[in-house]
Structure formats: structure tokens, C-alpha cells
Design a binder for this molecule. Structure first.
Ligand code: FAD
Ligand code: NAP
Length: 343
């Protein structure tokens, strides 16, 4: 296990922020993680686990050890009549795993194509897109408790999944290193009748454009890739961490009052007497969409995504995010919150 000193984190975060970690290591096995925890006993310092760095914003140097999770391996651990259980090591790339599932004709995560990052971070915020969340296919995860080094298993209900939320983003924040996640996917080889989720957003339109009138796993995945590639900035070209803010969920009563003043306000049902309002629309109405301020700004095609035009610092981005949050609150009386993990 090599522990490096004074390492730039720029290649390890998709915002491309220049900050340094005083120590840095990469774990390729559970044993590497144990060695790192042993090292921390003799060299006490804060620990931060990262995967692909696609949901973090660094606002300062990290005075501690950054551990990049690089654990690899995908295995079918159980074959059921209709489903397979697939155990995936935390350092596997999420999109590569989605492509693997499609090649094997296993259904359930095709709508989650092209989400950057690693499998180990997917339960952190219960990643979701186009009407599917990982909680829909999640069985359990294994994690090492940082304080004790013991391995624990968390079932679906243990994770307290919510909208872009889980227990690991809340009460158990920074307490566990997720090492593997098990998913239940429908085996279309033995059970081909499957309900595709094509009602959300532009999926149907994209399938039609592609002349795909009967959905298949590959067609739905390709449609999602096509839509995402056309509107989301590629972090390799323009630094970003996807949606910077979560879509707010507000009481129906408050929404009805807003609707009176803003008849075009979009909304989606979100449980009992509550509605979800797209934060991108609110930000656009406040005039931020496509507006560059210094080295940052809300992207021209998707206002929810804050981008780094080249030399932005984390504090510049956070300051801009605060200005956006303030104006949305002033205009609509709605508090929007960051989805990105800020360090
Ligand atoms: P990181 O950014 O490395 O880490 C995120 C958080 O998880 C940090 O707090 C970190 O400490 C913690 N963490 C990471 N790995 C572990 C581990 N093994 N154990 C414990 N804690 C860990 N998200 C969506 O939900 N839906 C989308 O459609 C989506 N689209 C995106 C599009 C773009 C262009 C980008 C840049 C981001 C997008 N995201 C989306 C956000 C992001 O890709 C996901 O949240 C992803 O799961 C983050 O994975 P990561 O490995 O990069 O995590
Ligand atoms: P979009 O299709 O333009 O829709 C805008 C917003 O409206 C989305 O945020 C979505 O909420 C909501 N929405 C649209 N159709 C809906 C429906 N039928 N039911 C409920 N809510 C609906 O969004 P987009 O920006 O192109 O993103 C497409 C998908 O990818 C979304 O699911 C989005 O969450 C996901 N995505 C996530 C990130 C991230 O970093 N978290 C980044 C890019 C894209 P939801 O966000 O709740 O789905």
C-alpha cells in the first residue's frame, strides 16, 4: 500500500478543482483498506473516500488522507427464476457495469446509463435518472466501519433511501467505506417479459428518432446516452459535478399559490400533498441559465449544472451557488439545497 504525500486532486474530481491532499492512497482490495486504517491508527488524520469524484466540490486543500476506492470485480452470485443477483465491487465504473448488464441481457439499470462515478458511491445518494433509482434494484451492500474495521451488511431498508439521499449521506456520513453492492436484475434470458421505463422525459421521442419502435435494453440505454450527451456538459471538456442542486419538494398548498403567479411553473407529484418542482426551471427564471460569472455559471442547456470554465476555485463555485440559492428564495420563496458533497 503506497501512501503518497501532497497530491493534487485535480485529476480526481470532475469539477477539475486544483486542491491538494496531504496524503493519498488507492485501495485495490479490502486488505488495502485495512492497511490504510492501520496506518491511520499510527498517523491520525481525517479520511475521505472517493470513487470517480463526480459528486464532490473541493473548496480547500484536504488536510488528511484521500483514499480512492479502486476495488474491482463483477460476479453473478445467485440465479433465481426471474432474476440474477449481481455483486459488484465498489471501485467498478458505474456506466461500465450498466453496459455489462445490457450485454448479459439483465434488466433494471438501463435508464441509469452514462452516470459518471463508481458503483460504491451509487447508494450514497441513491442515484437516479429517467424515473429509475438504484433503490429499485438494490439488495444489500457491504461496508467497513472506519472506527472499528469491522465489515457490516446493509439491506435496502437499512440504507434509508430517499430522493438523492441515503443514511450514508446523513447519520452515517463519513463512517463507512462501501466495498461492494449487490443488485437484483431481471434475467431477460429466462424471463423476457419486462416493463421498460420509457415514459420519462424524452426517452420515447429519442427511441422514435432512432427508429426503435420496440424497446430493448440496448435501445433504451442508447436513447438515454443520446439525450444525455446532447444536453449535459462532458466533464472532460467542461468541469462539473452534474446537478449541483436537488429538485425541491414543496407542499401542494405552496405550489398552488405559486401556480397562480407563475402559471407555467412545471411540477411532478411527490407523494401526499407534495410536488417536486424542477430546480433548473426556477434557476432559469431567475436569469442564471447560461450566464457566466467569473470562472463559473449555470450551464446553457441545463441550469441545474454549475460548470467550471477553466480556473474556478471551489469557493468561487460555492459563492455562486449561494447567489443562485438566494435569488430562488427571494423570487419563489423556495429553498434549494446542494446535491453535491462539499469539502
Ligand atoms: P464521488 O464523487 O467520488 O463521491 C461522492 C460521495 O460519496 C463523497 O461524499 C464520497 O466520500 C462518498 N463515497 C464515494 N465512494 C464511497 C465508498 N466506496 N464508500 C463510502 N463513501 C463513498 N447522479 C445521479 O444520481 N443521477 C444522474 O443522472 C447523474 N448524472 C451526472 C452527470 C454528470 C455529467 C456528472 C458529472 C454527475 C452526475 N451525477 C448523477 C452525480 C454523480 O455521478 C453520482 O452521484 C455518482 O454516484 C458519484 O459517484 P463517484 O464515484 O464519482 O462519487
Ligand atoms: P429533464 O428531463 O429536462 O427534466 C427536468 C426535471 O424534471 C428533472 O430534474 C426531473 O426530475 C423532472 N422530471 C422530468 N420528467 C419527469 C417525470 N415524468 N416524473 C417526475 N419528474 C420528472 O431532466 P434532465 O436534466 O435532462 O435529466 C434527465 C434525468 O437525468 C433526470 O432524471 C435527472 O435527475 C438525471 N440527471 C441527474 C443528474 C445529477 O447529477 N443528479 C445530472 C443529470 C441528469 P428528477 O431529477 O427527479 O428525475
Amino acid at each position: 500500500m503506497e501512501i503518497k504525500s501532497n497530491i493534487s486532486l485535480q485529476p480526481y474530481n470532475t469539477f477539475g478543482i486544483h486542491v491538494k491532499a496531504s496524503s493519498f492512497a488507492e485501495a485495490f482490495s479490502v486488505d488495502d483498506i485495512r492497511q490504510t486504517l492501520d496506518y491511520l491508527k499510527t498517523h491520525p488524520q481525517p479520511l475521505l473516500i472517493i470513487g470517480g469524484g463526480s459528486n464532490v466540490l473541493f473548496t480547500q486543500d484536504f488536510n488528511g488522507l484521500v483514499l480512492k476506492n479502486a476495488l474491482g470485480g463483477i460476479a453473478v452470485i445467485k440465479v433465481e427464476h426471474k432474476h440474477v443477483l449481481v455483486k459488484v465491487a465498489a471501485g467498478e465504473n458505474w456506466h461500465e457495469f450498466v453496459l455489462w448488464s445490457i450485454e448479459n441481457n439483465y434488466a433494471g439499470i438501463e435508464n441509469l446509463s452514462l452516470i459518471p462515478g463508481c458503483v460504491g458511491a451509487s447508494p450514497m445518494q441513491n442515484i437516479g435518472a429517467y424515473g429509475v433509482e438504484i433503490k429499485d434494484v438494490f439488495v444489500e451492500l457491504e461496508a467497513i466501519e472506519i472506527a472499528t474495521g469491522s465489515i457490516k451488511t446493509f439491506t435496502n431498508s437499512d440504507c434509508a433511501f430517499g430522493y438523492r439521499e441515503s443514511i450514508f449521506k446523513n447519520t452515517l456520513r463519513n463512517q463507512y467505506i462501501i466495498t461492494a453492492v449487490t443488485f437484483r436484475l431481471q434475467n431477460l434470458n429466462t424471463f423476457p417479459a419486462y416493463h421498460f421505463h420509457t415514459d420519462y422525459g424524452d426517452i420515447k421521442a429519442a427511441l422514435h428518432e432512432m427508429m426503435m419502435f420496440e424497446p430493448t435494453l440496448k435501445a433504451v440505454s442508447d436513447a438515454v446516452i443520446k439525450i444525455r450527451s446532447s444536453k449535459l456538459p462532458d466533464p472532460k471538456v467542461l468541469g462539473n459535478a452534474g446537478s449541483f442542486f436537488k429538485n425541491p419538494v414543496i407542499p401542494l398548498e405552496q405550489f398552488n399559490q405559486l401556480k397562480y403567479h407563475y402559471p407555467l411553473i412545471p411540477s411532478y407529484p411527490a407523494g401526499d400533498a407534495a410536488v417536486k418542482v424542477p430546480a433548473g426551471w426556477l434557476i432559469e427564471q431567475c436569469g442564471w441559465k447560461g450566464k457566466q460569472v467569473g470562472n463559473t455559471g449555470a450551464h446553457a442547456k441545463q441550469a441545474l449544472v454549475l460548470v467550471n470554465y477553466g480556473n474556478a476555485s471551489g469557493s468561487e463555485i460555492i459563492q455562486h451557488a449561494r447567489a443562485i440559492m438566494h435569488s430562488v428564495k427571494e423570487k419563489f420563496g423556495i429553498s434549494i439545497e446542494p446535491e453535491v458533497n462539499i469539502y
